[in-house]
Design a protein around this ligand. Structure first.
Ligand code: 13P
Length: 314
């Protein structure tokens, strides 16, 4: 007997395949500017979900299409290296959008890029770049961000800058968990970046039990000083729903999620193996072995899109 969800998934899949065959409405990569301007005005946030491989990318793209949600695929420098370089990532994502018949806006975004990494991604065809100059003295952060603003403008890409290092560690990028200075945020925002990440007590990875929560006072001040600038909340994993909603009401229009998809994938894969499914029939086939983790990523992304309010906004 078919369950409702199964039937729904089948119909969706057929629809998506049909789009791909007819080339109907299939989009190429877009800059994140438009989707974030709309999100900011509409008081919701677009999720940036980090990718690690083909399964991750496919799960996120298909969920965005099913949810009719715009989406940002985040690639850290470490993940880029793992996937055989930014050119490989760009080619894979572009081909996948076409083959899967994805019609929702998709931005391919460098996450926490170095100055050199940003240049490489621009060359590889990314549509959005984050330059994380938060560890430089503010003057140097300004000088390098300024130069990248000009390049991004010329190429029609979106550019994210960061003030106040995000706490914790992500792919070798370690931050002390500073709270950004709102005046420095204004200085960087005034350079003409598309979106601004500011440290407000957020941390990459799991939050410790004694975490004090987001600093809304500072966020409100940054929001007041930076006008319509879409603000970015890193470390989306494990932030309670009420804090997410409050952050969105104070100008957050992009929320980054990475660890939560990794945890969901690992848990589902562990269950599959612990239940001995890899030892039954052809359960060792990677397409079977990775399927529960793939579905778990889809479920996590769906839940986040619902929480962020981006469903139906494509
Ligand atoms: P989490 O891994 O904590 O979800 O953070 C993701 C992130 O901020 C990517 O830049």
């Amino acid at each position: 007997m078919l369950t409702r969800n199964f039937t729904y998934d089948k119909i969706k899949k057929r629809e998506i395949k049909g789009n791909a065959r007819k080339g109907r409405g299939v989009k190429m990569l877009v800059s994140a500017k438009d989707m974030l301007t709309k999100a900011r005005a509409g008081k919701y946030a677009v999720g940036q979900f980090n990718i690690n491989n083909l399964e991750w990318t496919k799960a996120i793209l298909l969920t965005a299409e099913e949810m009719k949600s715009p989406v940002i695929l985040g690639v850290s420098e470490g993940a880029g290296k793992y996937m055989c370089g930014f050119k490989t990532v760009s080619a894979m994502v572009r081909a996948m959008i076409e083959e899967l018949g994805i019609t929702v806006p998709v931005a391919l975004h460098l996450d926490h890029g170095s100055y050199e990494g940003a240049k490489k991604c621009i060359e590889a065809g990314f549509s959005s770049i984050m330059f994380d100059g938060s560890h430089y003295p503010i003057e140097e952060n300004i000088a390098k961000t300024k130069e990248l603003v000009a390049t991004a403008e010329e190429k029609g890409l979106s550019l994210e800058a960061e003030v106040g290092a995000i706490g914790g560690e992500e792919d070798g990028v370690i931050g002390s968990g500073e709270v950004a200075d709102p005046n420095e945020c204004k200085m960087i925002a005034d350079l003409g970046v598309t979106m601004l990440a500011a440290g407000i007590g957020n941390i990459h990875g799991k939050y410790p039990a004694n975490w004090k929560g987001l600093n809304f006072e500072v966020l409100a001040k940054i929001n007041e000083l930076t006008g319509d600038m879409p603000l970015v909340l890193h470390g989306g994993t494990g932030i309670p729903a009420d804090m997410i909603k409050k952050a969105i009401s104070l100008g957050v229009s992009k929320i980054n999620v990475n660890t939560e998809c990794q945890l969901a994938f690992a848990e589902a894969t562990r269950k599959y193996i612990e239940e001995g499914k890899d030892l039954q029939g052809k359960g060792f086939d990677p397409r079977k072995l990775l399927a529960p983790g793939f579905e778990a990523i889809k479920a996590t992304v769906k839940e986040k899109m619902e929480l962020f309010g981006s469903v139906g906004k494509a």
